[in-house]
Design a protein around this ligand. Structure first.
Ligand code: ATP
Length: 365
């Protein structure tokens, strides 16, 4: 649906997009994710036609967008600030884009009603827009964009102004809506959890470049760099000595874990500024073995350094026997355990068994 090839964008001396190559498939929920200033909004605005590019090609639905004005593109954008008109009713806001539509008044009113129903605001048409809640305004903005039946809906941090509960509710509703209408959605967000929850695929951006483009699970389980790993949640890293390639992967020696064969699909390259090769694993990819519990996978022992209880989860920081870090000081690893009734939270200072499996380690070499 959208193809970007070699997109370069400068703002004066500032190089905002540094060679973006990207294909977004028809009907997918796609997210541009990255820290503030990485260029994700610029890329979205470039696709929308609000920004000129210095070089590169953008195709939408096979058509070259060079010289095509924003309003002539098969895209529509929903902004963070909603930009709804407070002096108009909900229905007037939603129907705003149909002003020059040749359809009859009754047909347009039916289209407005249909769009309102889609976003869960059936019957709200006559209400004053200024009296709506944040979540309702966001729905009005969505309905106003959807009524124009774009091939692509571009969403720039549409939920960031909502409180946490409302945001989570709207995330689920947006997914349902996208499935229902079947339009390609492109979402800009700096919130990794939001991207993981909502997207079919995610492009992680740093400094005007795409660092990794993958589905949520692959991005979380097999980040291709430590930088991406750190941006998408928490990852433990231990220094690794690479012993050599094996038919199925790479054999490494990791102080604290011992000799491990890392499966080939979990082998990534290290960033230029990494101190050396390392293995990484998520806090929930390892577990504490309780007294009398059967052990699965391999086991390493250590001492519990810190316990943080969250009700549904407990985080343990465990200093593994014999482990090391790059500066020689052994740091604890973080383990996330889902709390289940009948299993006691273990105490700080006690010895613990940690179970893990080689398949959940990622090697950055
Ligand atoms: P945020 O989440 O903070 O919006 P972002 O990843 O969306 O960040 P962009 O808005 O795309 O970032 O901006 C990328 C870089 O380009 C930033 O450093 C920003 O300061 C710069 N920039 C954006 N718009 C302009 C402009 N009109 N003129 C000059 N510099 C700009």
């Amino acid at each position: 649906m959208i193809e970007c090839r070699g997109i370069q964008k400068h703002y004066g001396d500032y190089h905002a997009l540094r060679g973006i190559d990207l294909t977004i498939r028809a009907g997918e929920f796609f997210s541009l994710l990255g820290p503030s200033g990485c260029g994700k909004t610029t890329l979205l605005r470039t696709i929308a036609g609000f920004e000129d590019i210095q070089s590169g090609v953008i195709l939408i639905d096979g058509q070259d967008m060079d010289g095509v004005q924003a309003n002539a593109r098969p895209t529509n954008m929903v902004f963070q600030s909603y930009a709804i008109f407070p002096h108009l009713t909900v229905a007037e806001n939603v129907g705003f884009g149909l002003r020059r539509d040749p359809r009859s008044k009754a047909e347009k009113a039916a289209a407005v009603e249909e769009a309102l129903e889609m976003v869960g605001l059936k019957g709200y048409g006559k209400r004053a827009s200024h009296a709506l809640s944040g979540g309702q305004r966001q729905r009005v903005a969505l309905a106003r964009a959807l009524i124009l039946k774009p091939k692509v809906l571009l969403l720039d941090e549409p939920l960031s102004a909502l409180d946490r509960k409302m945001r989570e509710q709207m995330q689920v509703e947006l997914i349902k809506l996208q499935r229902q209408v079947g339009i390609t959605f492109v979402l800009v967000t700096h919130d990794q959890e939001e991207a993981l929850v909502m997207s079919d695929r995610i492009a992680v951006m740093f400094e005007g470049q795409i660092a990794q483009l993958d589905g949520p699970e692959a991005l979380y389980a097999r980040p291709t760099s430590r930088r991406v790993a750190n941006f998408i949640g928490v990852m433990n890293f231990l220094p690794a000595h690479v012993l050599g390639d094996t038919p199925d992967g790479v054999e490494v020696e990791v102080p604290g874990l011992g000799r491990v064969e890392i499966p080939a699909k979990n082998v990534s390259s290290k960033d230029p500024d990494d101190e050396g090769p390392s293995v990484g694993f998520r806090p929930e990819a390892v577990s504490l073995v309780g007294a009398g519990q059967p052990v699965q996978g391999r086991v390493t022992e250590g001492v519990i350094d810190e316990v943080v209880y969250y009700g549904d989860m407990t985080y343990y920081d465990v200093r593994l026997d014999g482990s090391a870090s790059f500066d020689g000081k052994a740091r604890p690893i973080r383990i996330a355990m889902r709390n289940v009734f009948g299993r006691e939270v273990q105490d700080v200072g006690t010895r613990a068994k940690v179970s893990w499996s080689p398949g959940s380690l990622v090697l950055f070499r």
